[in-house]
Design a protein around this ligand. Sequence first.
Ligand code: GLA
Length: 731
Amino acid sequence: MIRPVFVFVVLLCLTIVTAWSAPGDTHIVIETRRTALVIRVDKDQNPTIVHLGQRLDRTDEYARIPGNGKRGEDYTGIYNSVYTPAGGRNLLEPAIQVTHADGNPSLDLRYVRHERKSAEEGTVLTAVYLKDPQYPFEVTLYYKAYQNEDVIEQWSTIRHTEKKNVTLYKYASANLYIPAENYYLTHFHGDWANEMNPTEELLSEGIKMLDTKLGTRADLFQPPSFMVALNQPAEEDKGEVMAGTLAWSGNYQIAFEVDPLHNLRLTAGINPYASAYSLTPGKEFTTPAFLFTYSNSGKGTASRNLHRWARKFRIPQGQGNRLTLLNNWEATYFDFNEEKLTALFKDGKKLGVDLFLLDDGWFGNKYPRNDDRAGLGDWQENIKKLPHGLGHLVKEAEGAGIKFGIWLEPEMVSPKSELYEKHPDWVLKLPNRQEYYFRNQLVLDLTNPKVQEFVYGIVDDVVTKNPTLSYIKWDCNAVIYNAFSATNPNPSHLYVDYVQGLYKVMERLRTKYPTLPMMLCSGGGGRVDYGALRYFTEFWPSDNTDGLERVFIQWNYSYFFPAIATCNHVTDWGKQPIKFRTDVAMMGKVGYDIVVSKLDEKELEFSQQALKTYEQIKTVVWQGDLFRLSSPYTSDIASLMYVSESRDRAVWFSYLTKNRYKAGSTAPIRLKGLDPAKNYSVRELNVYPGTKSAINTETTVYSGNYLMTIGFNPNVDTRRTSVVLELAESK
Ligand code: GLA
């Protein structure tokens, strides 16, 4: 017998479903292995987002998703638009705002069609074509779904064939819609030598904006990377988290709007600030890409997804090798000559690194670069310091048995320089305003093709003249003040054209020198984003190399960027012993910036051995999966491990980050990511000469199951402030 209550429930369900998903609706499903983004197109061709999260087993069931997560009246029908157009019925934060050639300030975007495009292996590229019914104005939304990595890359192209130019006031890369009970945003802030401080906050109704207007080293105060945890605050291994980042090295704006229905609307893209863009008919504007990954098993999975994606698809030689190096910046600053450098080459060799990196101060003659107040832009060897030129140094280094690399800051200029005297119009400045300097320098006008040619030439010349030059550190120490170009006909294109000009130069360089290792530096981490990391093999996270500080800085970068791209140098900053500083540096790409000859016997022996050990474990750190075990924000210990893909090896780092009485690892720490069925031997690495490791005295073999259920105590305490353990499968 069918009960009346049952009939009522069925009817009610049907009513709700049909209210939101009409039979004629089209569903565009963008899926990765575990994630889905679903766009619904209704009978009026309105494209809206109905799902962003875990994928369903049955694709046909996406059509059943009720109600766009709506919990009340949507006065516009497009709160959840795939790309919210401004000026018509929209009432919330738009993704795009334009004024048409005839002065009409409104836009309507309706679905035209969508298609799967062929793309590189392991990816599916979906293009969704939208058009204004009243104007020949089109937007195409691209979604590239990286199947195994669970990453979606989204960007848009904008084009029109109106009679005159159309002004784009806002042109976001992505517009997403996520319904949940609560939204916990983790974003990062900082300054020079103080990068990547996290803040987690509960979003409330209204808009929270992450944004920068600095132009060049755009991330100095705030990087374009964030996480949003849904419902609960983000946890390492639990809960729904979306990690996102904008691949753009200039001004950006990421808006998190909790709308009147308590759903989260996200718009991410180039900052509209001072950037109205006049688009000529027939020309296409391509926005930068917004990258995101969704995880329903916490921040750990989200970051591992991004790491895998970055290594495989984004960072040059992301699955290749990196060079260890000795940098002379903190050893000499500007005070060096050929003799001193030649001695340092030998030191580098003695230490056991692959390369010597000559930093700032090697150039400028009329205005020698003897401090940071002159010479930038005059890229000729200073004849007093280097009378025999760079070629001689390269040979000397190679003679000493190591490779040679060099520091450049091609985008900037000192007011005291021949370059500025010769080309005052190549500099960004306002003719009737006082010049403002950031680290005593100005920014070159990379929107000017002649300047692009000059900047390209700096690198091309130095590599052409020294074909075995093996490394470039590309620095960027000034922000844009007085944002104005003497030659750009569109003043409000400046910020966008600058970044595009930079990318043009980098593209040319990468085409000519596809394998040259290049470090992305910006007075520390002022420019760490996946736009630039398309061209750079690695980045400099911070000038702050204090071992303890670095634990935190690297911890936070690691949510978005893989160890292989993270340059960590052992320097004299901070109070931690050299072992601590070395252990910390090993969680990435190791370098040194110390006076090797000042190391005592044990320090030198330790460092030499550490570099040999690094050779053995680097592949696990660079290519392995990162698992965070104990957070320095909530315990005495920072503990994290890298596990090889086949789970036969792992390297586990633990640090004491608090110094209260009895601080330390009082209990076993549970490991993660191992194979429960495998057996692992545990061995301590980087044991300081003259000390003994209690762990290494017995042959300790444990099952993965034991290590992940009960754990293991690395015995970190005030006498053992950093401990590195290697786990190797024992057959
Ligand atoms: C910046 C970099 C440093 C160093 C100096 C040289 O501050 O971050 O590593 O290269 O410039 O001037």
